[in-house]
Design a protein around this ligand. Structure first.
Ligand code: HEM
Length: 500
């Protein structure tokens, strides 16, 4: 057929016709009202507008409005919730070498008035642009190199053993079910572990009967208070920027207590390094020593250690709690894991080899699956300063994008049997790989979690040691997640631990 046939001309003309890009105003979302935007539309019949139920609310809204939903609130940039992994991919790829992550507005506000953080060392969580890049390049390599975590295997194992003996065995007192304080006990384990990693020091968090006003308990409560108050201060109308706010005061008090107490321990650790003569140093350097070797000044090292203690308590303990819960609910998974653990830890007093975790693929897959089913950070966020073409829309610069990873990861549209807890899906033999931008519990790209290796190492060691000693059971209703900036168990952790 000749090239000039009328059919070909018609085909060519449709191929080159420029596609009309829709504008941001055409993106679906709850109805918008003057002064309030569409903030009141973010609700669901089951939950109401409760911000701690935002995951259920978003899941409900996804079904009504589709894969991109617009959230508008006066004085704040337009926010788009995304529900497809290819959309998430496009956002991460457009974020460049210095990605901007919104959030922690109240923390940034308080830190901008604090002499420790407002003279250049703002910290990774709350800085942006060149300031963030310069900070990150000093700490990235020591924190993410595998050797930094491997070095602490024996210490983390000894902390896990102390947790088992003092918080499980001694606490059982004839009953094998844990009491209502077990989550607090996990916070103590996480603080002890992250301080060991950050400062090479032990705080004695696992000592029995730690007083309510002890430094350790004040640090733990400080972090929880920062997270819960952040949820209200960051995500609603930010009146606290203009008027006195009791909630901001609560937040500031919690932050100051946390900062003062942690700084005391951090200064002590930095002084210990200075006092140790060079011939005493030898061997594998500690994390703080690595920071100093890479040109971190004292303020940068202090703020990094502070951020580790802030970001490393609730995240790791909630993940450990949910991983134990999933194992308790899925005895067949627990037995497979036990078989693997038994090879590395054949008796109750066996110790982990430095390379043991590398030889435990099922344990790694279990942790990954718990990060899919119960991620501490279920939603990610980026701001793009530049305009972007996305899925048929022409979007303006300064838009906030929230890929809803948890909601997508639990959807049949993207995962086979999403409600099933199946570590097997992360093993190499799995034939149905998921989209690489679907499950991203530690974020993505240059700004991804800098504590990823530490968190994985701590939680894997705790799980291996628990499964070495006990069969874990759960005899109650389902343990749900609620949101207090990060996700957390919505109820007491009433595990039953039976001796193996
Ligand atoms: C299960 C535990 C944890 C999870 C799921 C988690 C998750 C995350 C996520 C999703 C981000 C944002 C990444 C992005 O924007 O791409 C992040 C950032 C961060 N995390 Fe974690 N985290 C965990 C534990 C830790 C621990 C133990 C530490 C410290 C030792 C830590 C320190 C940080 C810091 C400092 C940042 C900010 C990084 C930056 O902006 O450059 N995290 N984390």
């Amino acid at each position: 057929m000749g090239i000039h046939s009328s059919k070909n001309i018609r085909l060519l003309s449709t191929a080159v016709k420029p596609k009309r890009l829709k504008s941001v105003t055409e993106i679906p979302g709850p109805p918008v009202y003057p002064f309030f935007g569409n903030v009141f539309g973010f609700t669901s019949p089951e939950t109401g507008p409760d911000p701690s139920r935002i995951l259920e609310i978003l899941d409900y809204q996804w079904k009504i409005y589709g894969d991109i939903i617009k959230f508008e609130i006066p004085t704040r940039p337009t926010t788009l919730f995304l529900f497809r992994p290819d959309l998430a991919e496009k956002i991460y790829r457009a974020s460049g070498s210095k990605p901007l992550r919104p959030g922690f507005d109240a923390l940034r506000h308080v830190r901008s008035k604090d002499p420790l953080t407002n003279q250049g060392a703002m910290g990774l969580l709350t800085s942006e642009g060149d300031q963030w890049y310069s900070f990150r390049s000093k700490v990235q390599q020591p924190m993410l190199r595998p050797k930094s975590t491997l070095r602490y295997t024996p210490d983390l194992e000894s902390i896990a053993e102390e947790f088992i003996s003092k918080k499980i065995m001694d606490a059982r007192d004839g009953k094998s079910e844990m009491g209502p304080d077990f989550l607090e006990d996990l916070y103590k384990w996480a603080l002890e572990s992250v301080t060991c990693l950050a400062l090479n020091a032990r705080l004695g968090c696992l000592e029995p009967n730690l007083p309510h006003d002890s430094h350790q308990m004040q640090i733990i409560r400080g972090v929880s208070d920062i997270f819960i108050n952040s949820m209200y201060l960051d995500n609603r109308f930010q009146f606290w920027r203009f008027f006195p706010s009791p909630r901001l005061q609560k937040f500031t008090d919690a932050y100051n207590t946390f900062r003062d107490l942690c700084s005391g321990y951090i200064n002590q650790a930095l002084n210990d390094i200075k006092l140790r003569s060079s011939d005493q140093k030898g061997g594998d350097p500690t994390l703080l020593e690595l920071f100093t070797e890479r040109g971190c000044d004292e303020a940068t090292a202090t703020v990094m250690a502070l951020d580790m203690m802030f970001a490393g308590i609730d995240t790791s303990s909630h993940l450990a709690a949910f991983a134990m819960y999933q194992l308790a609910k899925h005895p067949e998974v627990q037995e497979k894991l036990h078989a693997e653990v038994k090879k590395e830890l054949p008796s109750k007093d066996s110790k982990l080899h430095m390379k043991a975790l590398e030889r435990m693929p099922y344990l790694r897959a279990t942790v990954k699956e718990a990060l899919r089913t119960n991620p501490p950070a279920p939603l990610m966020a980026r701001i793009l300063k530049e305009p972007l073409e996305l899925d048929g829309y022409q979007l303006p610069g300064n838009t906030v994008y929230i890929p809803c990873h948890y909601i997508m990861s639990m959807s049949e549209r993207f995962v086979d049997n999403p409600k099933e807890f199946m570590p097997e899906r992360w093993l190499r033999l799995n034939k149905n790989p998921m989209h690489p931008f679907l499950v991203l519990p530690f974020g993505h790209g240059p700004r991804m979690c800098v504590g990823k290796r530490f968190a994985e190492q701590e939680v894997s060691i705790l799980l291996a040691k628990i499964i070495q000693h006990f069969k874990v059971e759960w005899h109650h209703g389902d343990l749900k997640m609620k949101i207090e900036t990060i996700s957390k168990p919505d109820g007491p952790l009433r595990f039953t631990f039976l001796d193996r």
